[in-house]
Design a protein around this ligand. Structure first.
Ligand SMILES: [Zn+2]
Length: 318
């Protein structure tokens, strides 16, 4: 699928059955919910930019209406995923979690919410709803990541994924990227040309411009060596995947690190760049109102024991 920004996880062991998680979610369930359904016919076989029905474990698609959701459709799924699809309470709990984390004034570009089962391969992704329009996004999260959310490691994983994916929308929206540019003087993403003062273009200048030719020439199995070679440029190994993933990772550290970095490595400079943007500092303060964010130790997603089950992959699917 093109235009997707994914966190890929490789499943080492199978998932256990859905467990009771009311205790944790009680904290998040006081928002009203809209159960209204459009009752649209299934779009089976409809060839659009969206996935085929049920592909990649897609379960249910919702229209986002402020803090509420309205179901657009259930995807056709096999019997193995039916229980996940019908667990609508969990879907709403997942969305409520997002609304607690990301302030409403920052969610205006989130238009659709998709719940899918990642089968351990995929924790979340975002993509523009219509190609070439970076003002409206689908925000998709894996029900796997919320499956045993009463456990602290799952809470941390889900919090991290939400911040990381939001970081993509923040850095790839229409104010940041020009999808219609005929030529590009700055960094060019798959979505378009990074505007000269965009976060992504600034990050590119700080830590990618001088090594980008080398990066583009890498063979598929050379990513790890590339990361090792330029380790002090990156906040995590996953950040070395490409500039788009890098900035989402820098954003996750920017949000979770309690203090501005003191050092001057290139990785530090990337984070300091975010501190230079008043609106990002303000956003950071807002997101850090959430207890689940304060609980999330910076970079702990790299050593989260769930990495024995899941591994944040290097593959980046577009
Ligand atoms: Zn990502």
């Amino acid at each position: 699928m093109k235009n997707k920004l994914l966190i890929l996880l490789v499943l080492a062991i199978s998932f256990s059955a859905c467990q009771d998680n009311e205790e944790y979610w009680d904290e998040f369930d006081d928002l009203s919910q809209n159960d209204e359904e459009y009752n649209e016919p299934e779009e089976e076989g409809n060839n659009s930019d969206h996935n085929h029905d049920g592909a990649e474990g897609q379960l249910t698609l919702y229209q986002i209406l402020g803090a509420d959701l309205s179901k657009i459709k259930d995807f056709n799924v096999g019997s193995d995923l039916l229980a996940f699809q019908q667990d609508y309470q969990k879907h709403f709990d997942m969305w409520n979690f997002v609304t607690r984390l990301i302030p409403e004034n920052q969610r205006s570009r989130l238009v659709e919410f998709e719940v899918f089962h990642g089968g351990g391969n995929l924790l979340g992704y975002v993509e523009p709803i219509n190609e070439g329009d970076l003002s409206q996004w689908k925000f998709a999260l894996a029900i796997d990541a919320a499956e045993k959310i009463e456990e602290i490691d799952f809470q941390n994983l889900f919090t991290y994924v939400t911040i990381h994916e939001f970081g993509h929308v923040l850095t790839l929206n229409e104010n940041q990227i020009n999808a219609d540019a005929n030529s590009c003087n700055g960094f060019e993403t798959q979505e378009g040309c990074a505007r000269s003062d965009s976060y992504l273009n600034q990050l590119f200048k700080i830590g990618w411009a001088d090594i980008y030719n080398e990066f583009e020439d890498l063979e598929e199995d050379e990513g790890e060596d590339f990361y090792e070679k330029y380790k002090d440029r990156f906040v995590s190994d996953y950040a070395a995947t490409n500039p788009g993933e890098d900035i989402a990772e820098v954003f996750a550290f920017f949000i979770t690190e309690p203090n501005r970095p003191n050092g001057n490595t290139i990785a530090d400079q990337k984070m300091k760049m975010m501190y230079e943007q008043d609106e990002l500092v303000e956003l950071r303060e807002q997101i850090r109102q959430s207890e689940s964010v304060l609980r999330l130790q910076p970079g702990s997603w790299l050593t989260n024991p769930l990495r024995k089950q899941f591994r944040i992959g290097r593959q980046h699917k577009h």
